[in-house]
Design a protein around this ligand. Structure first.
Ligand code: RB5
Length: 145
């Protein structure tokens, strides 16, 4: 189960990605926003990321205007490793090396075609483990300072 969330700046892109998820028969839960009205990206990030931390969702796809604000908010939540990506290499390697569990996309930055490529590789690339596990353990330790 994939958690989705967006503010108004990412709403339209979230809807386009949802259409692709439907076509791929990838199950998701949409934590909003459910219309294009102005709302605050930290509120939207929290609900979806809480579901990832609780284990009811495996990963989150988060959207705002730039992808940056919602990634900053998501990374404040213990257990979330959110990556704001607008290129294929980063979306792939943040899974392989960072075990990212949230992909953040900018609705005013990337078009739907690229966004879908990024989501596809993010959802289908495995974490490599090994030396990268040690590093993400150190990232997690920073949460407790
Ligand atoms: C909203 O206008 C915009 O600031 C937000 O979507 C996002 O881009 C923030 O990082």
């Amino acid at each position: 189960m994939i958690a989705l969330a967006a503010d108004h700046g990412g709403f339209a892109l979230k809807e386009q990605v949802k259409q692709w998820l439907d076509e791929q028969q990838i199950p998701y839960r949409d934590f909003g926003t459910l219309d294009g009205a102005s709302c605050d990206y930290p509120d939207m990030a929290a609900a979806a990321c809480d579901a990832v931390v609780a284990g009811s969702c495996e990963k989150a796809l988060l959207f705002c205007g730039t992808g940056i604000g919602i990634s900053m908010a998501a990374n404040k939540i213990k257990g979330i490793r959110a990556a704001c990506c607008s290129d294929y290499f980063s979306a792939k390697y943040t899974r392989m090396h960072n075990d990212a569990n949230a992909l953040c996309l900018g609705g005013r930055v990337v078009g739907a075609g690229l966004a879908i490529e990024l989501v596809d590789v993010f959802l289908h690339t495995a974490f490599e483990g090994g030396r990268h596990q040690r590093r993400i353990d150190k990232v997690a330790a920073l949460e407790n300072r």
